[in-house]
Design a protein around this ligand. Structure first.
Ligand code: BDR
Ligand code: CA
Length: 462
C-alpha cells in the first residue's frame, strides 16, 4: 500500500501533468517562429536528405515491424504511464533491454553489464570534454550507441564532425554511425569556444585524419528515424548546443512522446560561464533549448551547478598516461593539453569534465543528486539570453510542510512572464497555469565516484 502510494506520488511528480494542449501550443508557437525565420537553415537540411530511402529493404522491413510492435505497446500506455516508465527508468537506471551492442572485442564495452544496454544517441560538439565523454560512452557496456550526431558549438561543424569520427576510430567503434548536424543555431549566428577548446576543438591535441565517413542522413533526420525505429527506447545524451534535437522535434510533432528521455550537459541554476547568466550550450542556441525544455520529454539537466565540481587533476592524467591502451593514451594526450592550458592561463583548478559527468550520471545514477524543477529558457533578455530558469516548490519560500498525500496535489500557482509595460494593454503573460516540474536538475555530485568511473573506464582498469 505504502509502495503504491509512493509510486503514485512518483507518477504525479514525473508525469508533470502538463496538459498536452498546453505543451503543444507552446512548442508550436516557437516552432512556427523558428520555421519561418530559419527557412534557409531548414532548406539546407532538407537538401541533404536523400530523396531515396537509404535503408536497405531488408532492414527497413525489420525496422517497420519493430516500429509497429513498439507503437502497439506505446498505444496501450497512457501518457502518464509512458512518462513514468521513461523517467523512472532514467532515474533508477533499471530498465533492462535485451538487445546486445555490437562492441569491439578488446574494450570494457564488450563485457556484459548488469544494467542495460540502453539505446542512446549522443549529440556532441567535440570539444575537449566531449572527446573524453565520447570515449567514456564507447567503453561503457551499459550503452547501445545507435549513433553519434555532431553539431556546431565549441568549434564549427567542419571540425566537430571529424573530431567525432576520430574518437570513434580511436575507440575501435567504427560500428557506430556518425551523422553531420547543423552548421549553425536555429536562429542565430554561431558562437564558438575556441578560447577553451583550441582552434582544432581538441585543445591542440593532434590525431590522424579520420578514415571513416559520416552517414548520408543529416543528424536531425537520423535522430527522427532512430527514435521512430525504437519508440520509447531511445535516450538522447546531449553534450552540445541543442540545435540538432530542436530541429528533429520541429520536423515531427509526434517525436517527443517517443523519446525515452534526454540527459543533457547544459544549463545552470547558479550563473553561467559564457555570460553571467548563461551556460555555453544553451547560450549558443537558446531557441533550440527552449523547444527541448517545452517538449514534454523527461529531461535530466546536468548543468554547471555540478559540473563545476569536477576538475581533472595531474594524478588523473598520470593514471591515463600509465595505461597503454589507445583510448587511455588519447584521453591522456587531450587531458595533458587541457591541464597545461589551464595552468598557462593561471587557473587554480584543472579543466571541468562537464560532458563526461552527464554521461557518467546516466551510467551510474548514484553519482548525481537530482531535484524536480520547472525549467525554461530565456531567449530574449539582453543580459540573460540563454539562461535556464529553474522553479521549484521545494525550495525557498515555496517550501511547504510535508502533508498527507491527498493534500499535496500540484500547486495551483501560475508561472508568469515579465510584468506588463505602461504602453501595453496586456497583463503579464501566463507561461504555465500550474507549477509542473519538467526537469530533474542535478544539484549534487559525488565527484570522487565520478572520477573513479571516468578514469577507470578510460584507462581500462574497470
Ligand atoms: C559545455 O560547453 C562546452 O564548451 C563544453 O563542451 C560543455 O559541453 C560547458 O558549458
Ligand atoms: Ca560539449
Amino acid at each position: 500500500m505504502a509502495r503504491e502510494r509512493a509510486s503514485s506520488r512518483l507518477v504525479g511528480i514525473l508525469s508533470t501533468d502538463i496538459p498536452a494542449r498546453n505543451r503543444n501550443s507552446r512548442r508550436d508557437t516557437l516552432s512556427e517562429r523558428v520555421k519561418k525565420t530559419s527557412g534557409e537553415w531548414f532548406s539546407h537540411t532538407l537538401e541533404c536528405i536523400p530523396s531515396r530511402q537509404i535503408i536497405s529493404g531488408r532492414r527497413r522491413a525489420h525496422q517497420s515491424q519493430h516500429e509497429m510492435e513498439s507503437m502497439k505497446k506505446l498505444s496501450h500506455m497512457t501518457r502518464r504511464e509512458f512518462v513514468t516508465t521513461s523517467a523512472a527508468g532514467l532515474a533508477l537506471g533499471g530498465l533492462v533491454h535485451t538487445s546486445q551492442a555490437s562492441q569491439s572485442s578488446d574494450s570494457a564495452a564488450s563485457r556484459p553489464s548488469a544494467r542495460g544496454p540502453f539505446r542512446v544517441i549522443i549529440d556532441t560538439d567535440p570539444g575537449v570534454d566531449d572527446a573524453l565523454a565520447l570515449l567514456l560512452a564507447m567503453r561503457s557496456p551499459e550503452l547501445k550507441i545507435e549513433g553519434i550526431t555532431a553539431v556546431a558549438g565549441n568549434v564549427p561543424l567542419e571540425l566537430t564532425l571529424p573530431n567525432a569520427l576520430r574518437m570513434v576510430e580511436i575507440a575501435g567503434r567504427t560500428d557506430i554511425p556518425v551523422a553531420a548536424g547543423a552548421k549553425s543555431p536555429l536562429l542565430r549566428r554561431l558562437v564558438t569556444a575556441t578560447y577553451a577548446h583550441g582552434e582544432n576543438g581538441l585543445g591542440g591535441a593532434v590525431f590522424p585524419e579520420p578514415q571513416r565517413k559520416p552517414i548520408p542522413e543529416p543528424a536531425a533526420e537520423f535522430i527522427r528515424q532512430i527514435v521512430r525505429q525504437y519508440p520509447g527506447e531511445i535516450t538522447l545524451l546531449t553534450i552540445g548546443p541543442l540545435t540538432n534535437v530542436g530541429a528533429a522535434l520541429n520536423s515531427d510533432a509526434e517525436l517527443a512522446r517517443m523519446v525515452r528521455g534526454l540527459v543533457m550537459m547544459g544549463g545552470s541554476l547558479s550563473g553561467g560561464n559564457i555570460t553571467p547568466a548563461a551556460e555555453f550550450n544553451i547560450y549558443v542556441d537558446p531557441e533550440a533549448a527552449r523547444i527541448v525544455f517545452q517538449s514534454g520529454i523527461p529531461i535530466t539537466m546536468v548543468g554547471l551547478d555540478v559540473t563545476r565540481k569536477t576538475s581533472l587533476t595531474e594524478e588523473h592524467v598520470q593514471t591515463l598516461e600509465a595505461s597503454k591502451n589507445p583510448v587511455s593514451q588519447a584521453a591522456a594526450t587531450i587531458g595533458r593539453n587541457a591541464l597545461n592550458h589551464n595552468r598557462e592561463r593561471g587557473f587554480l583548478v584543472g579543466p571541468n569534465m562537464h560532458d563526461s559527468l552527464a554521461v557518467a550520471g546516466f551510467l551510474d545514477p548514484s553519482i548525481l543528486e537530482l531535484q524536480d524543477y520547472y525549467v525554461d529558457v530565456e531567449t530574449t533578455g539582453e543580459l540573460t539570453a540563454g539562461e535556464t530558469l529553474g522553479y521549484s516548490p521545494n525550495s525557498g519560500d515555496l517550501r511547504r510542510k510535508p502533508r498527507p498525500e491527498k493534500d499535496s496535489a500540484p500547486i495551483n500557482m501560475a508561472i508568469r512572464g515579465s510584468a506588463p509595460t505602461l504602453a501595453g494593454t496586456r497583463t503579464s503573460s501566463v507561461l504555465r497555469e500550474n507549477f509542473v516540474p519538467n526537469t530533474k536538475v542535478a544539484v549534487g555530485v559525488d565527484s570522487a565516484k565520478f572520477f573513479d568511473l571516468l578514469i577507470g573506464r578510460l584507462s581500462g582498469k574497470h
